[in-house]
Ligand binder design. Structure first.
Ligand SMILES: Cc1ncc(COP(=O)(O)O)c(C=O)c1O
Length: 387
């Protein structure tokens, strides 16, 4: 770093690009969401009832699926899908670069997670590496549509058909995204969602599965609620993975705004693409061909050879400029201590991304002033640390 460049940075006492920090996310509820929750509280019908049913119907329709089933969270959504499709001991291909639940719920259900590397440009699970890791014991693929961007669905569906594998798509971060002109519900055997507070559609906690298969829908509905087919008649072993109507009401209310909020995220991503195109050493995320992303997170990749600093130092300097960032993920999923028994150390891209990526603020309330401040901060920090 040159002395003159150093003096331009807020981390060294200069004026920040944004004196008021840009919000990293905007998970706040609107008045109508709160009113919808209050109406349920006042009704006394707190369990899963009309509002969960409405959310199931509307969310399934909006994502192009026949059936939707609400559940407690995205983790239980994965458990429902895995239990409905796989047996203990089955090998299931899973990304080495995702949130832990995609892989850990396979292990929790007695299946064998087989880690697949991700692509350098899209960060999504690599179909070519997946093909190499198929063995006679492979029964399925659990692919995450990461950061709001669909994976190469054509490739995974083809792999599934060729090897007779069941395909689960974890769309916890990817509500209402599209692929080849259709909603994500059109693809795979089961699609799972999370409505955790910070997700594009956040209800606090919450989840949902979609499927186009009537038998799978029935199986998952039984698993979700103690295998109960009639009052106190339990035909199968199941769990209590149910949502409740307070959550359902917030979900319905937020779903009404989600298409508009998604367009705002897409506009923000387009602005970030323009800003990053001008900065050597910082790469915008690439979207999978045929995919329409919904930008849960906007992840920038650094070419560390172009800078004199580490990713963390770069992010500390951005924070001082009033631009908060986050790292998704500071550790590859395969490198989590809990998943050590399944880590074959053959996913080098995923492992190396941990020190090279960071996420910019992304939400539906970013303004022109925010974009200007983010552009200024990125240029200042990149300039100061230019090698
Ligand atoms: C890709 C992915 N899968 C699964 C989950 C788990 O969802 P939940 O936190 O609702 O259990 C998350 C949540 O962050 C996620 O990002």
């Amino acid at each position: 770093m040159t002395t003159s460049a150093a003096t331009t940075l807020a981390i060294h006492g200069a004026e920040p690009a944004s004196p008021t920090p840009v919000p990293f996310m905007k998970p706040q509820l609107h008045r109508e969401d709160i009113d919808a929750a209050i109406a349920v509280l006042e009704s006394g019908m707190l369990r899963a009832a009309k509002k969960c049913a409405e959310l199931e119907e509307r969310f399934a329709k909006a994502s192009g699926a026949k059936h939707g089933l609400t559940c407690a969270n995205g983790t239980t959504a994965l458990q429902l899908a895995y239990r409905a499709l796989f047996q203990r001991g089955d090998e299931v291909l899973v990304p080495a670069w995702t949130y832990i639940a995609t892989a850990s719920m396979l292990a929790a259900e007695g299946m064998v997670p087989v880690f697949v590397d991700c692509l350098e440009d899209t960060f999504q699970m690599d179909p070519a590496d997946a093909a190499k890791k198929i063995t006679p014991k492979t029964r399925g693929i659990a692919a995450t549509h990461l950061y709001g961007c669909p994976v190469d669905i054509d490739a995974f569906d083809a792999l599934g058909r060729k090897h007779n594998l069941k395909v689960v798509y974890d769309a916890a971060q990817t509500h209402l995204a599209r692929y080849n002109g259709k909603g994500l519900g059109a693809y795979g055997d089961i699609v799972t969602y999370s409505f955790y507070a910070t997700k594009n559609l956040g209800t606090g906690e919450g989840g949902l599965v979609t499927t186009n298969n009537d038998t799978l829908a029935r199986d998952m509905s039984l698993l979700r609620s103690h295998g109960e087919t009639d009052k106190y008649l339990h035909e199968r072993i199941g769990f209590n993975y149910r949502m409740n109507d307070i959550t359902g009401a917030i979900g319905c209310s937020r779903l009404t705004r989600l298409p508009e909020e998604t367009r705002a995220r897409q506009n923000a991503a387009a602005r970030f693409d323009e800003i990053l195109a001008e900065i050597d050493g910082l790469a915008a995320p690439t979207v999978t061909p045929k995919a329409e992303a919904v930008w849960h997170l906007y992840t920038v990749k650094m070419d560390l050879s172009k800078f004199t600093c580490t990713r963390d130092e770069f992010c500390d300097a951005l924070k001082a400029e009033g631009i908060p960032t986050a790292v998704h993920y500071p550790r590859a999923t395969c490198d989590q201590p809990a998943l050590a028994p399944w880590n074959k150390r053959n996913t080098p891209v995923a492992t190396s991304l941990t020190s090279r990526v960071f996420c910019l603020p992304m939400h539906h309330e970013l303004t022109e002033a925010h974009f200007t401040a983010i552009a200024e901060a990125l240029n200042k920090v990149a300039g100061a640390y230019r090698r």
